[in-house]
Write a protein that binds this ligand. Sequence first.
Ligand SMILES: [Zn+2]
Length: 288
Amino acid sequence: MKISGWSGRKITQLSMFGLPLLLAGAALLGIFPFADGGPLSFGDHRPRVVLDPGHGADELGATFNGLIERDSNLDMARRVGDMLTRAGIDVVYTRTDDGRAFHDRRSLSDYSATFADLDARIAIANDADADLFVSIHSNAFPDPEARGIEVIYNPDRPFSERNRVLAESIRSNIVAALEAHRVEVPSNMTLSEAGMADAAGHVTPFFVLGPERELTREEMDERGGDWEALGYGRHASIQTQATRMPGVLLELLYISNEADADLLRDDSARHYMAQGIAEGIKQALRTR
Ligand SMILES: [Zn+2]
């Protein structure tokens, strides 16, 4: 998914400075991504993390350069989940196959399948009473030069500071994990964004990141979103849900960029990136 109002040019400019700044920041904060040893200890409480592989079923997400986001997201989630499990963390997935997270047989006449699917992901996280929620995606953009990693959090909902810390922790650890293996990725940012646009420029909120509130058709119109296309039909407003735990949405590279797509096709790079994500999650669990 691409971010609304975000130009490829902006990304290129920032990419020149992002990495040195990041490394300086990491040094300053004493972040050593792979210095961690062994399972986390939280006393009686075993930490639980929900991993949400974006998209599912006929909703493929971005498809470029021979990659299908739906499948790439699931593979990354599994890699991260295996690493977290080995570290003694409970892992709950919102989907474990290429289908939707939404499985019940309720009528979809009032909701689009996509909206029901997003709602189901939030419900799974809340039912699991998880400590953190991490949605895994890859990005795409009309400008094929756009590339890099972003982690998005929503500041307009509970846990805004912890959302930011989680986002930054995941972002910096992925970059460090790749750096440790001499792979540089540009344009690494943590974004406080609550909206996204599809390839046609239709804007929708990041529903998996909340907030829990009423979204009116009027507001969606103002943002350039297509109420009908999203399947909200005759409703004047819909109620968006929110996870009851800190959450972020990771955009792991741009599959519309050839260099990024090469990394996403590379088994070793995927392994390192999964290590970075897992380490970022563990770091955020430690600092709560
Ligand atoms: Zn996506």
